[in-house]
Design a protein around this ligand. Structure first.
Ligand code: KIV
Length: 267
């Protein structure tokens, strides 16, 4: 049987200027399969799983073992999409050697096709080392959630002109270091547009307006499965939270009153 066509990092890079890149997070086998079947080209096993799947307040406590566990499940479900694993906080910042060893585990043990790391120019040596050793890297600049303590919270970045210049330099450095694409998170559309024009690799926006080469969102946000709060940049394509709750209540009621299982569910 022939292998299904698989999106790779170079194929994603080649989409710049030709076709918008569609990406979404997924954290488990069943959802990854549906995301893949919808034709989404890049599926990110985001460290946002710390919140959506594990109930932490932010992404900081997420471990590499948790990322490997979820990535392996997603890789089994996504047959065509490029599977990218987010390297979690303090699994790549300590040294280039640490980054290489941990990114290598995502590829070797979990079946990822690439890793994502947060950070701008200061992260370039790490990105270069990963890429030179055969590990494709998705960059991530702007609001980088692993730095919320330093940023003082989830804030739009690059509103002031010196900050915007800084982010533009960061994007150039990340692209020159060999990232195959760059996530731009929470920044003015105009700045994202300038960055998109300035770098040769695709930009994938989240809260960065319509001029990026592609878009990414968190699966649970677009399906209405994670809390009531909806950030401005999220569009809900479904609101399954209330439906799931009412299905579960119905199940509880039917078991309690004896109407489930009925004859059609019984042998
Ligand atoms: O962890 C995450 O989900 C991300 C986003 C870019 C969607 O990093």
């Amino acid at each position: 049987m022939s292998e299904p066509t698989r999106w790779t990092a170079p194929k994603i890079t080649a989409l710049k200027g030709r076709e918008k890149i569609v990406s979404l997070t997924a954290y488990d086998f069943s959802m990854a399969r549906m995301v893949d079947e919808a034709g989404i080209q890049l599926v990110l096993v985001g460290d946002s799983l710390g919140m959506t799947m594990l109930g932490y307040e932010n992404t900081l406590p997420v471990t590499l073992e948790q990322m490997l566990h979820h990535t392996a499940a997603v890789a089994r479900g996504a047959k065509h999409a490029l599977v990218v694993t987010d390297l979690p906080f303090l699994t790549y910042q300590v040294s280039v050697e640490q980054a290489l060893a941990n990114a290598g585990r995502c590829i070797k043990e979990a079946g990822a096709g690439a890793v994502k790391v947060e950070g701008g120019a200061f992260r370039a040596p790490t990105i270069r080392a990963l890429v030179e050793n055969g590990i494709p890297v998705l960059g991530h600049i702007g609001l980088t959630p692993q730095s919320i303590r330093a940023m003082g919270g989830y804030k739009v970045q690059g509103r002031k002109s010196d900050e915007a210049d800084h982010l533009l330099a960061d994007a150039r450095a990340v692209a020159e270091a060999g990232a195959f694409a760059i996530v731009l998170e929470a920044m003015p559309s105009e700045l994202a547009s300038a960055i998109t024009a300035a770098v040769s690799v695709p930009t994938i926006g989240i809260g960065a307006g319509p001029h990026c080469d592609g878009q990414i969102l968190v699966l649970h946000d677009i399906l209405g499965l994670y809390g009531e709060f909806k950030p401005k940049f999220v569009k809900r394509y479904a609101n399954f939270g209330p439906e799931v709750r009412s299905a579960l209540e119905q199940y509880r009621k039917e078991v309690s009153d004896g109407s489930f299982p009925g004859p059609e569910q019984s042998y």
